[in-house]
Design a binder for this molecule. Structure first.
Ligand code: IPM
Ligand code: MG
Length: 399
């Protein structure tokens, strides 16, 4: 037995624990929620990302500038580009977020971020950590909120994916112990699960949703998922009017496809990796990951983005202009909601539901067989300028 290898692994593990204990102290001492209404001007930073990110972030920025034009004129809101989060620049610095870019990001309580390329083993890029994951950790954006709406089918789900822990927290800190054994670490903490579960219940309470469902694999992953689930039920007791139940990730993945049962789910809360996987599945029913936006929420910062990657192949094949900007425009709608412009956010969401799911006049195929992202965005903006009917899906469909 290679005792030296065991000792190296113990030392490695000890260092990880030290860092996590320090993180816990910070989390427990973190300041309370920022109040956007008290910040003037509110600075919104646009991070274009790379790959198709550049194209679709530009379309989303156009919508945001249009909807916030009065606030920008009045000096209440400032929208600025933040440069440097490209894969080229990150690779040149050999890190997930170059220090100067991170310092710049920290000046913006709100950011809208285009997809960024995540290198993996075998890529031409150095195998640096995903910058999504790094930004979420750096700004302590603990909640990844991902709505999926299909009004036609009565589906209105909102996923609360924990965003700073689980297999992601130490995903770049695993260890090859010896020639045979590799280990990664899964981390769940009490404060980390409490705050995401609480946010899910608060959302249900605020929006009159009657059920919150926790998704884990606590029958097998007993310690970490077990803790998450236990904390979920403890927090649930604080919300007596809301039904709390839990499912394992395997059967939940199946139930999302069950047309008889799936519209019963409302708010779902789950650890990071299950949330990553389940939200891609959920988005597929809505029209694909290209249609889904997400909000990364922390107490001091919030970052809004697409749920998908940067599709570099679309760029090399010269198809970037046909990329679907819907995900990034949905992210802009969530941004508007989050900073206190709920009416504008709702109007934009309706425009996307109706143009994308009902009218389907402006079909995006990712190729020259469909419309460009810019043409689609023009159309959405026209709809937003003249919302034609009542601001409900039912109202629209009935005519
Ligand atoms: C997402 C993405 C990221 C994740 C990748 C790009 C690291 O899939 O936002 O869901 O796994 O979180
Ligand atoms: Mg994902």
């Amino acid at each position: 037995m290679d005792i030296a290898a065991i000792d190296r692994a113990k030392e490695h593990f000890g260092k990880l624990l030290e860092a996590q204990m320090k993180r816990m102290e910070k989390v427990k001492a973190s300041p309370d929620w920022i109040d956007y209404s008290k910040i003037s001007p509110l600075k919104i930073g646009i991070l274009a990302g790379d790959g198709i990110g550049v194209t679709i972030a530009a379309q989303s920025k156009r919508v945001l500038e249009f909807l916030l034009q009065d606030e920008v004129k009045a000096g209440k809101v400032v929208i600025t580009d933040i440069e440097g989060l490209t894969i080229e620049n990150r690779a040149a610095h050999g890190c997930a977020i170059p220090a100067d870019v991170l310092a710049e990001i920290r000046k913006y309580p709100i950011t809208l971020k285009g997809p960024t390329t995540t290198p993996r083993k075998g890529d031409p890029w150095p195998n640096i950590e995903s910058c999504n994951v790094a930004v979420r950790k750096e700004l302590d954006l603990f909640a990844n909120v991902r709505p999926v709406r299909i009004p036609k089918q009565g589906i209105d789900w909102i996923f609360f994916r924990e965003n700073t822990e689980d297999l992601y927290a130490l995903g770049s800190n695993g260890i090859d112990v010896d020639a045979d054994i590799s280990i990664d670490f899964k981390l769940i903490t009490g404060p980390g699960s409490d705050r995401i579960c609480r946010l899910a219940f608060e959302n249900a309470k605020k929006n009159g949703r009657k059920r919150v469902t926790c998704v884990t694999k606590a029958n097998v992953v007993k310690t970490t998922d077990g803790r998450f689930l236990e904390n979920f039920y403890r927090i649930a007791k604080e919300y007596p009017g809301i039904e709390a139940d839990d499912w394992y990730i395997d059967i939940m993945t199946a139930k999302l496809v069950d047309e008889k049962r799936r519209r019963d789910f409302q708010v779902l809360v789950l650890p990071n990796l299950y949330g990553d996987i389940l939200t891609d599945e959920a988005a597929e029913f809505q029209g694909g990951v290209g249609t889904a936006g997400s909000a990364n929420i922390g107490k001091q910062y919030a970052m809004f983005e697409a749920i998908h990657g940067s599709a570099p192949r679309m760029v090399t094949e010269g198809r970037a202009q046909y990329a679907d900007p819907c995900s990034m425009i949905r992210a802009a709608a969530m941004l508007l909601n989050h900073i206190g412009y709920a009416d504008k956010g709702k109007n934009l969401e309706m425009a996307l539901d109706i143009t994308g799911q009902y009218e389907k006049k402006m079909l995006i195929t990712g190729r020259a067989t469909g419309v460009t992202g810019a043409a689609f965005t023009d159309y959405v903006m026209d709809w937003v300028k003249n919302p034609k009917l009542e601001q409900t899906w039912e109202g629209y469909v009935k005519g």
